[in-house]
Design a protein around this ligand. Structure first.
Ligand SMILES: N[C@@H](CCC(=O)N[C@@H](CS)C(=O)NCC(=O)O)C(=O)O
Length: 230
């Protein structure tokens, strides 16, 4: 049997895409386990034993389970340095700056994505959704503006070399523009998105997601996004 480096618990279109892309970038065999949200698998006893937060991604490694995209990506970057997932140098301040850029995506921007795309997860009253979305859009614009300015002078988030931060930003862009955020507001991020998706690891991750979507559809569990009006 082929030895795999890890097992990723994921669901298509979610932020687990970033970890999936990282694993593809490493280029060694890994396993995936689809977590079917529509069947409530993320709330099952079995899955909560893996990630008590009931969220994807979770990565089962030979030294134990890791959760939180930021932590998983840091682990993969340090364990497989040749993959160049993050520009870590060993200098504490420089490395903390890289982690800071990572947390900006996972801790500042991702919660805004949730508020913009699925406002009902924040306040269940449907009348509140437009307000939650409007506020999220306002802060998304504020937080994306400096990233857009950076991408006017460099191809990738960390400079002239791709890093996994680019896959993270691409996922954020995919989610918000898919839910009505106007791409023309930030043309440099829109073109960064196209560049990021050209990466073979991104294409391979999307292919795995497409297969997962087929599996969900065959089980009658395909996710139909709500038609959110502004
Ligand atoms: N802080 C976590 C957030 C993970 C997260 O929110 N995952 C979403 C998918 S993008 C999820 O599993 N949501 C299911 C739920 O909250 O019920 C991380 O960065 O890994």
């Amino acid at each position: 049997m082929t030895r795999t480096i890890a097992k990723l618990y994921f669901a298509p279109s979610t932020c687990a895409r970033v970890t999936l892309t990282a694993l593809e970038e490493i280029g060694q065999p890994f396993e995936t386990r689809l977590v079917a949200f529509m069947a409530g698998e993320h709330r099952s006893e079995e899955y909560l034993a893996i990630n008590p937060s009931g969220k994807v991604p979770a990565l089962k490694t030979e030294t134990g389970v890791l959760t939180q995209n930021g932590a998983i990506l840091l682990y993969l970057a340090q364990t497989y340095p040749d993959a160049g997932l993050l520009p870590l140098s060993g200098d504490p301040h420089a490395d903390a700056s890289v982690v800071s850029a990572l947390f900006r995506l996972s801790s500042d921007l991702h919660p805004l994505v949730t508020r913009f795309v699925i406002p009902g997860m924040i306040l269940s009253d449907p009348a509140a959704s437009p307000h939650v979305r409007m506020k999220a859009e306002e802060v998304l614009k504020l937080q994306l503006a400096p990233i857009a300015a950076q991408l006017a002078t460099q191809d990738w988030m960390m400079g002239d070399r791709w890093s996994i931060l680019d896959a993270y930003l691409a996922w954020i862009w995919f989610r918000i523009t898919g839910a009505g955020f106007e791409p023309a507001i930030f043309p440099t991020i829109a073109s960064h998105y196209d560049r990021a998706n050209e990466r073979p690891s991104a294409k391979a991750a999307l292919l795995r997601e497409a297969r997962a979507q087929e599996e969900l559809a065959a089980r009658g569990l395909a996710f139909v996004p709500p038609n959110i009006k502004k």
